[in-house]
Design a protein around this ligand. Structure first.
Ligand code: S3P
Length: 173
């Protein structure tokens, strides 16, 4: 078995957590979600961290969590927060320790998947506008971070999982 982590990146609503959980179960690996690790270390929700210390505090915690999970000797499935790979060090660490797969979808699809989720501070005021803007801003960053990409728009979860696992196997072969 390869020692490389399977790392999922992409915008909010891309399906990283749902797909990651299923990939972990199929690969019989532990699953980690960087948002969950951040909130358990801070003992606060993402929303509360943003409200209390602002985005920089959240990003610092996220950066430290990524360094920790990348160092795990046990290969993991890692679902990143949408902004995790904007940090250059995290991007490098994830690429070096894992196979990074970018889950893509158009804004309308992302919007329908996130619904009216109040736990995502960056989507509070204008979710559609924010997803559109972040998509444009991060496109090149996701591209630079990813070893492979999966267009999820017309696929159901099992099909995305199959495509992700195929991309992972191809990258580690
Ligand atoms: C963020 C995405 C969120 C979470 C935080 C910021 C982003 O994670 O990390 O709200 O900057 O795109 P998900 O992509 O898992 O929703």
């Amino acid at each position: 078995m390869t020692g490389k982590h399977l790392v999922l990146i992409g915008l909010m609503g891309a399906g990283k957590t749902t797909v990651g959980l299923e990939c972990a179960s199929r690969l019989e690996r532990a699953f980690v979600d960087t948002d969950d690790l951040v909130t358990s270390i801070a003992n606060m929700s993402v929303e509360a961290i943003f409200a209390d210390g602002g985005e920089p505090v959240f990003r610092k915690l996220e950066h430290d969590v990524v360094a920790d999970v990348c160092a795990s000797p046990m290969p993991l499935v890692i679902a990143c927060g949408g902004g995790t790979v904007v940090d250059p060090e995290s991007r490098r660490a994830l690429r070096a320790a894992g196979v990074v797969i970018w889950l893509r979808a158009p804004t309308a699809t992302l919007l329908s998947r996130v619904g009216d989720d109040s736990g995502r501070p960056l989507l509070r005021d204008d979710p559609e506008g924010a997803l559109e803007r972040l998509g444009r801003l991060r496109e090149l960053t996701y591209e630079a971070a990813a070893h492979a990409e999966v267009d999820t728009d017309d696929l159901d979860v099992p099909a995305v999982v199959a495509a992700v696992l195929a991309a992972y196997e191809a990258a580690v072969a």
